[in-house]
Design a protein around this ligand. Structure first.
Ligand code: ATP
Ligand code: MG
Length: 462
C-alpha cells in the first residue's frame, strides 16, 4: 500500500528532478546484446562512435523483457535528424512535423528519433536552452496535443512516452537499461502503468486508451487501476482523433495476434461504444458476434504463424453484418437485390469514413469481397467459372466459409464451392446447377468484355 502510494507520487513527478534514472546491468534484466537485431545494434554503435547518445527504445525493449520477439526496432538519440543522416549512407529523413530518420541496414529499416521534449514545459516557456525547444505544443479545446515537435533531453524524452514499460533505453554496448520510471519492475509485476497523471495523458492523446488495451492484451499485463479507471469516462475523446490515426491504431490492434483478447478488453473497458460503429452494432447481435469472433480468431492464428493477413478482409468481416442489415432495409424499400447491395455497401463505408479513414485501396478490396458474395449463389452455366477468375476470389471464398461457419448461411453453398475447387474440369461441369428461368435474359443484357470473362456483376452500377 505504502509502496504503491510512494510509487504513484514519484510517478507523477518529473523524474530526474531529485534522482537519476536507474541504470540496470544485464544481471538485473537479462537482455543480451545478441538478442536485438543486428541492424539496430549497428545503428546504435555507429551513433555512439560519432559521439552521440543512442539507445534501442520503446516496444522492442519492452517485448524482449516480456519474452516476445520485437516486430521492429526504434532507436532514440540526442543527435538531430541531420546529424543522424550524416552518420549513415543509407538513410533518409521522413516526416515534416517531427522528423525522424529511417536508417537502412541490410533488409532492416531502423527508425531513429531525436529525443523529444515535454511539451508542457515548452508551454510554460521554461526553456533552459534556446535551441532546445524549437516550437510550442498546441492543444485543441479538449486538451489533445496537436503539435509535439520539440527536441529535448533523454529525461524529457522518457517522460513524454506513454507507459513505464515503453520508456526503457537499452544500450547494447554496455548491455544496460536506463529506466526512468520503474518500467523493468512493472514488467516483472506484469503491470501496465501510465507515466504521469493518466487523465492528463489521455486528454493529450486519446489514442493512448487504445494502446493501453492493445499492449495489455498482447503482453498479458494488467492495467494499473489508476491507468484503467479514467478510460471509461474519457472514452468519448476518441471521437476527436483524426480518422486516419484511428484507422492505423485499429489496424495495429486487429493485427496484433491478440485481436480476440483486445476486443474483449475494449468491451471490458467500455471502449467499444461510440469508438467504432462497427463494434457497437455487431457485437450485440449473436450472429454478428459469432462471425466477427471467428474472423478475429482466424486472423490471430495467421498472425501468430507469421502468415500474411489482408486488412481488406478483416474490415470486410467487421462490417458485414452492417451491410446485411442495410441491404435488407433497402430491399424492403423495393430496390432490386444487387443494386441494393451496392447501395448498402457504399452507405456502410461512408458512415465508417467519418470516424475511421479506411484507405481507398482497402475500401476497394472490401467491396470486391462483398460483391462476390451473391455471385457464389449462382452456380449454373458459365457463371462459376467467371467467379473463379475474379482477382479477389480466394478472399471472397474464405469469407463465404466464415459466413457458413457462423451460421449466417446454409453450408450447402460453401460446400459446393469447396468441392468445385477440388474437382477436375469434367466433374465441375457435372456439378453445375440447372439454369434458372430468367438466367438467359440476364445473360443477354450483360455487357461482355472482349476477353470474354464473366467479370461484370450483373446490375453493378458502373
Ligand atoms: P508496437 O510497435 O508493438 O506497436 P510500440 O510501443 O513500439 O508498440 P510504436 O508506435 O512503435 O509502439 O511507438 C514507439 C514508442 O513511442 C512507444 O514504445 C512509446 O514509447 C512511444 N509512443 C508511441 N505512441 C505514443 C503515444 N501515443 N504517446 C506517448 N508515447 C508514445
Ligand atoms: Mg514499435
Amino acid at each position: 500500500m505504502i509502496r504503491k502510494f510512494i510509487s504513484r507520487v514519484l510517478g507523477r513527478k518529473p523524474p530526474g528532478a531529485h534522482g537519476e534514472p536507474a541504470v540496470l546491468p544485464v544481471g538485473k534484466h537479462g537482455v543480451r546484446r545478441d538478442s536485438i537485431s543486428s541492424g539496430s545494434r549497428r545503428t546504435v554503435e555507429t551513433l555512439q562512435e560519432h559521439g552521440y547518445l543512442a539507445y534501442v527504445v520503446g516496444g522492442a525493449v519492452r517485448d524482449l523483457l516480456a519474452g516476445f520477439t520485437p516486430k521492429d526496432y526504434d532507436v532514440a538519440t540526442n543527435a538531430t535528424p541531420e546529424q543522424v543522416r550524416h552518420c549513415f549512407r543509407r538513410s533518409r529523413i521522413i516526416g515534416r512535423r517531427f522528423q525522424i530518420v529511417h536508417v537502412l541496414m541490410g533488409s532492416e529499416t531502423i527508425e531513429v528519433t531525436t529525443f523529444r521534449g515535454h511539451h508542457s514545459e515548452a508551454d510554460k516557456g521554461g526553456t533552459k536552452n534556446a535551441s532546445h525547444h524549437n516550437s510550442k505544443a498546441h492543444t485543441d479545446a479538449q486538451g489533445r496535443v496537436l503539435r509535439d515537435n520539440v527536441f529535448g533531453n533523454q529525461m524529457e524524452d522518457a517522460a513524454r512516452r506513454d507507459f513505464t514499460v515503453n520508456a526503457l533505453y537499452y544500450d547494447p554496448v554496455s548491455e544496460t537499461i536506463i529506466d526512468y520510471h520503474h518500467g523493468v519492475a512493472d514488467i516483472k509485476q506484469k503491470t501496465l502503468r501510465m507515466i504521469g497523471d493518466a487523465p492528463t495523458r489521455y486528454r493529450e492523446d486519446p489514442v493512448r486508451m487504445l494502446r493501453a488495451v492493445r499492449l495489455s492484451a498482447k503482453l498479458g499485463l494488467t492495467i494499473d487501476p489508476a491507468t484503467a479507471r479514467p478510460i471509461r469516462e474519457m472514452s468519448e475523446l476518441i471521437g476527436n482523433v483524426p480518422p486516419s490515426r484511428l484507422f492505423d491504431e485499429m489496424l495495429k490492434l486487429l493485427t496484433s495476434g491478440y485481436a480476440v483478447k483486445c476486443v474483449a478488453q475494449l468491451r471490458a473497458e467500455g471502449l467499444h461504444h461510440g469508438l467504432l460503429p462497427l463494434l457497437d452494432v455487431i457485437l450485440e447481435q449473436p450472429l454478428g458476434e459469432r462471425f466477427v469472433m471467428l474472423a478475429l480468431e482466424s486472423t490471430d492464428r495467421r498472425v501468430r504463424e507469421s502468415k500474411p493477413i489482408s486488412p481488406g478482409f478483416l474490415f470486410a468481416t467487421l462490417l458485414w453484418h452492417e451491410v446485411l442489415a442495410k441491404w435488407a432495409a433497402i430491399q424492403a424499400r423495393g430496390e432490386r437485390g444487387i443494386p441494393a447491395l451496392f447501395l448498402a455497401m457504399d452507405e456502410v463505408l461512408e458512415v465508417q469514413a467519418e470516424k475511421l479513414a479506411i484507405t481507398r485501396r482497402i475500401a476497394g478490396d472490401i467491396k470486391d469481397i462483398w460483391a462476390l458474395q451473391p455471385r457464389f449463389e449462382q452456380r449454373s452455366g458459365k457463371r462459376p467459372y467467371g467467379v473463379l477468375e475474379q482477382p479477389r476470389f480466394k478472399a471472397g471464398y474464405d469469407f463465404l466459409l466464415l459466413r457458413a461457419e457462423s451460421g449466417e448461411i446454409e453450408s450447402e453453398v460453401s460446400t459446393w464451392w469447396t468441392e468445385f475447387l477440388d474437382s477436375n474440369d469434367e466433374d465441375r461441369a457435372a456439378m453445375l446447377l440447372p439454369q434458372q428461368p430468367g438466367d438467359a435474359k440476364k445473360r443477354r443484357r450483360r455487357k461482355r468484355k472482349p476477353a470474354g470473362g464473366d467479370t461484370h456483376n450483373p446490375g453493378a452500377p458502373e
